[in-house]
Design a protein around this ligand. Structure first.
Ligand code: TK8
Length: 334
């Protein structure tokens, strides 16, 4: 009898003190806006992030991705985060320079030589410093996903040297550094939101655009272009941004889950890009486009010609920001 009594008391005690599972987590639907399409590697990243969130939140945190600019372009979606009406966006940093000018550092032509050094800078001290700047303008950066090295596509002629840019109507992102880079090469550069690019190419309002192979593939630009030149003129990161106004209302456990799972997603996304880059290039060639690579000499000529852009934009980006990324790169390259 005594034994039974003890057992029941123990049981009652256990039941009353055990917290319900995942009590720190609330049911959350997190809208994630994307300009690119669902078959872009960001789609793989978001799936991996969801799986991680399922485990950590017991299925309570749900990502709801929107593709192809369905919730608006990069800039519009980011402003919706700042005003606390939308949770998240995966955006290029370039259209956000009006919000945080220091982000322009990533738009400097030929800044990164390869993905490995980009990862070191972005995932390290320098990336953290930019993340702090973003927090000050109402944006929590959950990490640097990848857009990648950008290449030129056009419908008029093969580009083998910088003189071939002369008069070409090139769409650039809404970003003065890209605008100057292409104008400096003689192109007729036109800033335009990403969502308008396909039809502008189709109707020949513009001749050219520049994006990584994976985007030229998944956004179907190859269907309305004839030539592709591997220029690798810039590496643009994607930022996985969260509304700070909303993030601040989440429990620390929820915030930690988002941060950790965004990193899981990032690694998956980068891995898929590395693989898809080659496949996308093959697909572009198979579609009949003429593809060429700039010769090393030409690449060097274009790079040297583009260095004026560094001087011109240093003050707007912040001299200390430019100096600090160049110092970090010099240390990595040693
Ligand atoms: C997608 C954009 C795109 C970017 C651009 O939303 O605008 O050209 O490279 O990938 O962020």
């Amino acid at each position: 009898m005594k034994k039974l009594l003890f057992a029941t008391t123990a049981l009652a005690f256990a039941v009353s003190t055990a917290a319900p599972a995942f009590a720190e987590f609330k049911e959350r639907t997190i809208r994630v806006s994307n300009g690119i399409n669902a078959d872009h590697p960001v789609g793989n990243g978001i799936k991996a992030m969801q799986q991680c969130l399922d485990e950590k939140s017991g299925g309570k945190m749900k990502l709801q991705a929107f593709w192809g600019g369905a919730l608006g372009g990069d800039l519009q979606a980011t402003q919706a985060l700042r005003s606390g009406v939308q949770e998240a966006v995966v955006t290029s940093s370039s259209p956000l320079v009006g919000i945080e000018p220091a982000l322009g550092v990533f738009d400097l032509p030929f800044l990164f030589a390869n993905a490995q050094e980009a990862y070191k800078v972005l995932d390290g001290k320098f990336g953290d410093m930019m993340t702090e700047k973003l927090a000050a303008v109402g944006l929590v950066n959950l990490g640097y996903w990848e857009n990648g090295f950008r290449n030129l596509s056009n419908s008029v002629r093969p580009v083998n040297k910088w003189e071939d840019f002369e008069g070409m109507k090139v769409r650039v992102m809404q970003n003065n550094i890209f605008l100057d880079t292409f104008q400096n090469l003689g192109a007729n550069a036109t800033p335009m939101a990403f969502g308008e690019v396909f039809s502008a190419l189709e109707t020949k309002t513009i001749d050219a655009q520049e994006n990584p192979y994976v985007t030229i593939d998944t956004s179907k630009f190859f269907e309305v272009q004839k030539y592709v030149t591997e220029t690798n003129h810039a590496y643009t990161p994607f930022l996985f941004l969260f509304s700070k106004a909303i993030f601040d209302t989440y429990a620390p456990e929820e915030q930690a889950a988002l941060r950790e799972c965004a990193t899981v997603g990032r690694d998956v996304e980068r891995g898929v890009i590395a693989d898809l880059n080659k496949k996308s290039l093959e697909k572009i060639k198979a579609a009949g486009l003429e593809v060429n690579k700039l010769s090393e000499d030409e690449q060097k000529r274009i790079r040297e010609k583009s260095m004026v852009v560094y001087e011109k934009h240093k003050a707007t980006i912040g001299a200390e920001v430019v100096d600090s990324v160049l110092a970090e790169l010099a240390a990595i390259r040693k």
